[in-house]
Design a protein around this ligand. Sequence first.
Ligand SMILES: [Zn+2]
Length: 639
Amino acid sequence: MPAKVGDQLANFIPEEIINEVKNNVNILDVTSQFVDLQKRGRNYFGYCPFHKERTPSFTVNEEKQIFHCFSCGRGGNVFRFMEEIEGYSFPQAVQKVAEAGNVSISFDWSALDDGQQTTNYSSAQNRLIQLHEELRKFYHYLLMNTENGHQGLIYLYDRGLSKETLDAYQIGIAPEDGRLAAQHLLNKEFTTEELQNSGIFVGDQDRLKDRFAGRVMFPLRNPQGKTVGFSGRILPGSNHYENHPDAAKYLNSPETEIFEKNTFLFNLDLAQNEARRAKELVLFEGFMDVIASHNEGVGNGVASMGTSLTSNQIKAIERTSKQVLIAYDGDKPGQKATLRAINLIQDQSSRLKLNVLAFEQNLDPDEFIQKYGGERYVNFVLNKRLSPIHFMRNYYRQEFSLETDNGKIQFINVMLEAIAKIQQPIDRDIYVGEVAEDTGVSKDTLLQQLDSQSAKQQNHQSYQEQDQGNHHHFSGNSHSEVGLQAAPSKKKSQLEKSELLLLYRLLYNSETWLLIANRDFHFQSSEVETVYMLLSDYRDNHQDIDGEIDPGAFLQALSGAEEQRLVAEVMNLEVAPDIGEGEVEDLIYNIQIKGNIEQKMQSLDDEIAYAKSVDDFAQIGILIKEKIDLLKQIKSRVN
Ligand SMILES: [Zn+2]
């Protein structure tokens, strides 16, 4: 049984609020934050952000305030878009759309917090955060204002960090006497157990000591700007350093209930705003690169904490910016990590635009600044970026010896594989030309090879789709996030087209309901039939004096993603505004009579094929006669 219209609507947001948000936001503004859209005719087109594709099949209809992808079938209104693209719940989507559209309404969103995206800390976790915040203030104060911090401060100023940067990052010092920090927290009424749970202190209950004693302290902040861990750098020349010459240069907090390394990105809280302005996020290998860059005015950097890039981090990056600049170290491991990051990001996200900064001479960004100064650094960041393909070209030219045939073949294979993933034909052509130049192999030969490579990739894709999406008659793709690839847009049968068109008329032309009334009419497709019943139900409560309804409001009231897709697809059809003479009668005939006949025909064909396979000639004769009768029925009605 179909769900009642409006079941999901509640979710504690009053309908007036939802409508106010919807009416004050243009879906074009929201979708274009994720997709490059070009106007073509009445609609806007772009590459669908939900899967990889070669030709744009994602459309936004500004007039109707809906989106629809011809390829994967996704569609709906602006809230549906945010639900699909960010994984938000419906109330979260409403809130985010309100924020994105600067709609100021008096509504307490915090009441809706269902903990999906926003972090919900338990009270124990909140205590742990308070403890870190207290330590952050303590360490920073000691560095900036006391004899304890003198040596550390000299070291940091020597490295060129400004006071503004030290304050912005709340850099501090852990006193050499490891009991001071513990005592400070106990005085602030934190318990011994809480200190032990923080991962910062070691030792027995009465003799808890700071693991970071004598180190320069860098607070690690969560996306809300709260300290959840520390990284401590050993201070050259300090007593601690003299006594432990083998100690690690950097020491990080262990994982705790509030600090998870594989989701953490250093500086995400500050970089978010900068990245919005710069329309780009810079991804560094180390957090010192982030701080050194901030010091030179490049504030949109983030870094993982000594782990290689994870898919959770890529998700966080995607939520922050459409464009990423990878700025890993110039040495061999850094270049390898860059290659890995490119592949990982391209596999996971089709909508992130990528560039690479290639540091020469084994330098990392921090060292580059030390060596050449800030001005040259900023210039380098802005002007010396490479496309991923050009990065790979440089990388693989060193990796394979292009003097040998074997090296050339390996080089061609990896490069064509990468080029095959590129969507724009002009870019592909240019890059293939470069590979031809590098290897002396003719461009035509390479293009041929590229075609067969692309075909292979596509076959692989459609195989995956069939596997996952074949029970979804309409959308041709499953809703699950696993099915990210597009289904090639299937040609619709006449029955399918007729059903969609009739549904369009039912949405936009109230007189259609008069023509359909007093008939026992049903759609063949269960999806369309479901929407038909929901629409009929909706009309009972929402039609105006002329019997019309607002299709956008109906779309809004639907709970299921499948139903929203279908209605968005129908709303997006290009259809003459007025019903043609006999149009609805024809549609009903196509759906009810002809649709039935076609279905019967299909099952007859199946039975004939089976009878043939077992050589049952008598049965074949009977079935073929039935088939001829059916064909006569179709012909008796002139289309
Ligand atoms: Zn799509």
